[in-house]
Design a protein around this ligand. Structure first.
Ligand code: HEM
Length: 616
């Protein structure tokens, strides 16, 4: 979700959260201002000359001591950098030492006989400060840290400072939370005390008061209106849409397989999921796998802008004159105008359809010709302004697009590193699916496929960080916090914590038993949050799970995938989701035959009612 971006805008410059990232990481090491992966510039033809291939686990994983393969120079440099950083953190270089001078002075004055009420009055401010300063603190002049993505240094700091610490940058401070019970408190038990904070500010230009940035009453009303639209019958009907879109991608890959050309999979996944979500949300065929129409380009301009804003050092879009002269902002405004007018047209068309229909609205209502979410909302009589409806549609478009594309990208990367898992996966798919399009029953039986995706989401959570702001004082674990604290919940840290997971960095789908429930935040007690948790949990979790299973199963059934021999190293960069820095360049080969004999036990299917929790 471009939407689950990490940062922010109308804050004073000095406190602009991106100062965090700027100070935390040197610009040249970050790619923060580098544009969102340029989809238009990545052809599927693999025409570029890639220089080296040092992929493996350059993605923040700690070195595996049992790994005896020869390490690349890049890995060795990375290891050295991490070791140096760990030593610097351990030496206390980044730790803010509290000055207890005022409190010592108060004690001394008290011993001299000055009355306590007077001292209390004089020293109240200092006492408040001390009260709120008990959370371990790290300070932000960490300019020497080099990293591809900002959540990586947060991981290093987490290992030293623990599940909650404050990171200070001049006048600005952020709470970094990576403790499951504190996360549960913020997201679930006391969720009413937290807002989306800076996230809402930065997303305003594209999502307005859409469901992701909205808070309070607007959020409550819109959530209640939208959740029913993703009912079981709708999501089941979408399976066919997922299959057709993936089939189009397969056909595109057929050409690459026959010519042996390398393909850049990340941009293809992005197009696949854009085509799916356009059709599902407002019955619009972007057809982006085949065409680069103006509207597809406009969607990417807006997505890139959301990511740029989340990482820009200066919120230039706030400066009145700049808005009118900057070619980039003009392009963004033009793109927004095109998207908005397209959405207005789609809403108008859908309204006409609904008016002409003999409506019998019920819980699982679905128009067979146009099963879209928009159609459901209009048919339900959802009383909403056209601006709010546009905001909601735009939110769903972005939320459902980037996340799924990122999940597929990192799943294929992980599979390329582990042929054993890949062959077990292909085996299951061959056994369960044969050569037909997947049905709902098939999805229930593709258990290993589903566990591969769960494990990919553990190692590469999308988004890697969730953002909140406290709306009142609260207790986080043993620590009191103030109102208006900006909080980053590091899902990356939770999912890779060595104290919460065995072999935390290892890609191991087997950690999720096939006969157990599919992992989620509840059965994992908030150490695993693929779709968030509490009242603001993702509303598209089942949709996304089906979509990813269908795409993964159909692709690995037809092709073998490996990193192209001259592909650039696969590294991470931060957008709203985790992107690769240079694409995922792969070579695909047509598979010859699906084996007939099952080698993985097919576990009994769950009942349809329990499918969200148990089967996927
Ligand atoms: C694999 C794909 C997906 C992942 C990993 C994912 C992840 C998430 C996460 C972690 C959140 C919680 C954000 C927070 O608490 O700040 C969220 C919220 C949300 N997601 Fe997804 N999502 C995915 C797909 C989708 C799809 C397909 C849709 C829509 C069709 C969608 C719509 C939403 C919406 C509307 C919210 C906001 C809910 C609220 O605040 O009430 N997501 N998603």
């Amino acid at each position: 979700m471009a939407t689950h971006v990490s940062a922010l805008h109308p804050l004073p410059l000095s406190s602009h959260p991106l100062n965090l990232q700027l100070k935390l990481l040197p610009l040249n090491s970050l790619n923060f201002t580098a544009p969102f992966p340029s989809y238009s510039s990545r052809s599927i033809s693999g025409g570029c000359k890639w220089s080296s291939i040092t992929c493996s686990s350059s993605n923040g994983s700690r070195p595996d001591p049992t790994d005896d393969r020869v390490k690349s120079i890049e890995e060795l440099v990375e290891e050295k950098r991490r070791a140096e950083l760990a030593a610097r953190i351990a030496s206390g270089e980044f730790t803010v030492k509290q000055s207890s001078f005022p409190m010592r002075l108060k004690n001394n004055l008290s011993k001299l006989g000055i009355l306590t009420p007077i001292l209390d009055l004089v020293f109240k401010t200092f006492e408040d400060y001390e009260k709120f300063s008990q959370i371990p603190e790290a300070k932000g002049e960490i300019a020497a840290i080099r990293s591809e993505a900002f959540f990586l240094p947060l991981y290093e700091l987490y290992i030293t400072y623990g599940g909650i610490f404050r990171l200070k940058f001049g006048p600005k401070a952020f709470l970094i939370v990576s403790d499951p019970s504190i996360v549960k408190h913020i997201l679930k038990d006391n969720s009413k005390a937290y807002s989306k904070g800076i996230l809402a500010e930065i997303l305003d230009f594209v999502m307005g008061k859409g469901l992701i940035p909205a808070d309070g009453e607007i959020w409550r009303v819109r959530r209640r209106a939208m959740v029913p639209s993703l009912h079981q019958k709708f999501v089941t009907a979408m399976i066919n849409l997922f299959s057709q879109a993936t089939d189009r991608l397969c056909k595109k890959l057929d050409t690459a397989a026959s010519t042996g050309e390398a393909v850049e999979m990340e941009s293809l996944f992005s197009r696949l999921t854009l085509d799916v979500i356009g059709k599902a949300v407002f019955n619009y065929d972007f057809n982006s796998l085949t065409n680069d129409t103006g509207i597809v380009e406009a969607v990417y301009v807006v997505l890139r802008e959301a990511e740029n804003r989340s990482t820009a050092p200066i919120p230039v879009w706030e400066i009145p004159i700049w808005k009118d002269v900057s070619p980039r902002l003009k392009k963004v405004n033009a793109a927004l105008k095109l998207i908005n007018s397209t959405l207005d047209d789609l809403i108008a068309i859908c309204k006409r359809l609904v008016d002409e229909e003999e409506l019998q609205f019920h819980e699982e209502y679905m128009n067979e010709q146009d099963p879209s979410i928009l159609h459901f909302l209009l048919a339900s009589g959802d009383d909403v302004s056209s601006k709010q409806l546009r905001d909601d549609l735009m939110t769903l478009l972005i939320a459902g697009h980037e996340t799924s594309a990122a999940v597929l990208t990192w799943t294929f990367y992980l599979l390329s590193q582990d042929p054993g898992v890949m062959s077990k996966l292909q085996n299951e798919v061959d056994t369960v699916l044969g050569d037909r399009f997947p049905s709902i029953e098939d999805l229930k039986n593709l258990k290993y496929t589903s566990r591969v995706i769960s494990e990919s989401l553990r190692l590469y959570p999308q988004p890697p960080v969730l953002i909140r702001r406290s709306m009142k004082e609260d207790m986080l674990g043993p620590y009191p916090i103030r109102k208006d604290e900006d909080i980053f919940i590091s899902v990356w840290n939770l999912h890779r914590s060595p104290s919460l997971w065995e072999d935390a960095d290892k890609f191991n789908p087997e950690r999720w038993p096939l006969d157990g429930p599919a992992p989620n935040e509840t059965n994992q007690n908030f150490r695993y949050l693929p779709f968030g948790g509490g009242p603001r949990k993702c509303i598209g979790d089942m949709f996304a799970s089906y979509e990813n299973i269908v795409a993964l199963a159909m692709l690995v059934r037809r092709f073998d995938f490996e990193l192209a021999p001259d592909a650039p190293p696969v590294k991470m960069t931060t957008g709203a989701t985790i992107h690769t820095t240079n694409g995922l360049v792969m070579r695909v080969r047509q598979r010859t035959r699906y084996p007939a004999t099952p080698t993985i036990p097919v576990v009994e299917t769950a009942s349809p009612a329990s499918i969200t929790e148990a089967a996927i």
